[in-house]
Write a protein that binds this ligand. Structure first.
Ligand code: HEC
Length: 496
């Protein structure tokens, strides 16, 4: 609670991360990790067959990837950093502490990747004209680029796996136990062929634009890239199965309760069905492309493309689901509070440790009960203010006021138009993590639950949108002001 709370009351904070991250994953897997080896292989094949049409096609596909990966791809990559550090600075802070050297290495690898894609694209024409050893060098450059693209993914997947299930790291805080978490290898094994197959499908789609309809080369190219795609499809299913069977072990730590398990099994079955469906669709369409390429309409290739995007989306969804209520499995809850700090917070209350306060806006004060004396009104506002801080610090990472997964919508569904009195709400919130185990337990005291209830009762009257610190600013929580002054004095003392 040492950072001001960034909050989006419409789309919700989680969607900000999800939109940027999913776009990034699709570009990264489809156009970089999977596509670079395919482009290099095409260039190599053209050189071997002495057929410049392969070379041209490979360059055209590379150019599309070059444009998209160095713009939208790179921006969304930085966008993930920006969005996660805005929405949950605590989790990214913890991850940096564990994975500093992994990210540092990844940064070097990424810079190398960018230099290589620049070099690979910009030297293509010149080195091809020179021919001979230069062409061979250029092809090697392509495979080096493919390798570095894969390594960036291989590093980041370690961190994604860690967030789902840190495994032995929970007792042995070392870098390598963090990297070699239980879900690392299954996930990497799944994403690698997924990226290759995805690239194959995208490449087939592009081939229809870069070749003429009656051109015999179109058929040859579709057939070859089709074979590439088919070669990876079984690995998607086999590694999908491995991942699918590794997840329940991670789940046992995160969500043990029957209801959650049921909901999860639902997701799990769906994930497997979608993986199978995607593999079968790829098989059918690609088979068709191989056997009757001249009859293949552009739209037909959209089917496996959409299927693979859909599967990737679902896969990311399962990944999100099993993590809850944690942002880092069993270590830190999604509200940014560490599991180990709960005992302290539940004893002292979270407001005691909240550095900032989120001032009530005019709209949030609308509809206060009328028959109050000035003193009562001021006292009530004071309590509502505290309740708002409790909401912002403990619920707002997942709930909005009026938008996606809004607390007003939920309370309206639960209690309808009757007054959302603290008797109704505070009691519910105390036990909500038993019935909805994907929510963290309430981290504060019983008094704070009542304050939270009073704020939500006011939200029922005001129907206000809850703005984040980025638009209304913050104030320093008076309780913390004294603590901060003390810390400052100590720092000054130490410095002298
Ligand atoms: C990890 C994210 C997360 C956090 C943090 C969180 N919730 Fe939730 N909450 C959810 C999700 C997801 C749902 C399910 C919504 C649905 O079913 O549509 C939910 C549902 C609820 C429900 C409905 C429960 C039911 O039985 O239907 C209530 C009430 C609720 N949350 C209150 C809160 C309060 C109050 C806080 C803060 C103290 C909070 N939540 C914190 C994610 C979270």
């Amino acid at each position: 609670m040492d950072f001001p709370v960034f909050h989006l009351d419409g789309m919700g904070n989680r969607w900000l991360i999800a939109l940027i991250a999913i776009l990034h994953v699709l570009i990264n897997h489809g156009l970089a990790v999977g596509m670079m080896p395919l482009v290099a292989a095409m260039e190599w094949y053209g050189e071997k067959k002495k057929d410049p049409r392969w070379d041209n096609l490979a360059f055209q596909i590379l150019f599309v990837c070059f444009l998209i990966t160095t713009t939208v791809g790179a921006l969304t990559g930085v966008g993930i950093w920006l969005s996660v550090s805005l929405v949950n600075p605590y989790s990214i802070g913890s991850l940096i502490r564990v994975f500093f050297w992994a990210w540092f290495t990844e940064w070097l690898v990424f810079i190398t990747e960018v230099c290589l894609i620049l070099a690979y694209t910009l030297t293509w024409k010149k080195w091809s004209e020179r021919g001979g050893i230069w062409k061979k060098r250029h092809i090697r450059l392509g495979f080096a680029l493919a390798f570095f693209s894969w390594v960036t993914m291989a590093i980041i997947v370690a961190i994604l796996g860690f967030m789902m299930d840190p495994g032995n790291w929970l007792t042995d805080h070392s870098f390598w136990t963090g990297v070699l978490n239980p879900l690392y290898l299954p996930q990497l094994a799944f994403r690698t062929p997924l990226a290759a197959a995805m690239a194959g499908i995208i490449a087939m789609f592009l081939i229809l634009f870069f070749t003429a309809k009656r051109d015999a080369f179109r058929n040859a190219a579709l057939r070859a890239v089709g074979a590439w795609t088919l070669a990876f499809a079984p690995f998607v299913v086999v590694a999908g199965w491995w991942y699918y069977t590794s997840v329940p072990a991670a789940m046992q730590g995160n969500l043990g309760v029957a209801l959650a398990t049921m909901e999860f099994e639902d997701w799990q079955t769906k994930f497997l069905q979608i993986a199978l469906f995607t593999a079968v669709t790829i098989l059918v369409v690609v088979q068709f492309a191989i056997s009757r390429p001249h009859l293949l309409p552009k739209a037909a290739l959209l089917v496996p493309f959409v299927a693979i995007l859909w599967m990737t989306g679902h896969f990311e969804r399962v990944r999100e689901f099993i993590r809850k209520p944690y942002v880092i499995g069993q270590y830190m809850y999604a509200n940014g509070l560490r599991v180990d700090d709960y005992a302290l917070l539940q004893r002292d209350g979270i407001l005691k440790y909240a550095t900032y306060s989120n001032p009530l806006t005019g709209a949030e004060k609308v509809g206060l009960p009328e028959n109050l004396t000035e003193a009562q009104r001021s006292n009530l506002l004071h309590r509502i203010q505290k309740g708002k801080d409790v909401f912002m610090d403990t619920c707002s990472r997942c709930h909005t006021g009026q938008g996606v997964n809004s607390i007003s919508g939920i309370l309206q569904k639960m209690f309808g138009d009757q007054e959302w009195s603290t008797d109704l709400t505070a009691g519910t919130f105390e036990f909500m993590h038993y019935t909805r185990p994907f929510m963290p337990p309430f981290p504060g005291t019983k008094d704070e639950l009542v304050l939270l209830g009073e704020y939500l009762a006011q939200l029922q009257r005001s129907k206000a949108v809850i703005p984040g610190a980025q638009s209304v600013g913050i104030t320093v929580n008076p309780v913390s002001a004294a603590r901060l002054a003390e810390t400052k004095r100590q720092i000054k003392g130490d410095a002298q």
